[in-house]
Design a protein around this ligand. Structure first.
Ligand code: ZN
Length: 68
């Protein structure tokens, strides 16, 4: 599986760095919790949803990812 991070570059640098570290941790299998609901963030693959990315089940945190 290859990830395209170019979409993230369009956002602010601060949030890009934050999102990048969250993505890295989740991809490494580490537990990252949502700041709002404190549930663990999970990887949503293109097979699971039309909008793949990383987010919590409630949807208050969502980082959209492009899968190449
Ligand atoms: Zn949440």
């Amino acid at each position: 599986m290859k990830l395209d991070f170019s979409q993230l570059n369009k956002q602010t640098k601060q949030s890009f760095n934050d999102q990048h570290s969250v993505i890295k941790k989740v991809m490494q299998g580490k537990i990252v919790t949502c700041e709002q609901c404190h549930q663990s963030l999970v990887l949503i693959t293109p097979e699971q949803s039309e909008k793949p990315g990383i987010g919590c089940l409630k949807g208050c945190t969502f980082i959209s990812l492009e899968f190449a």
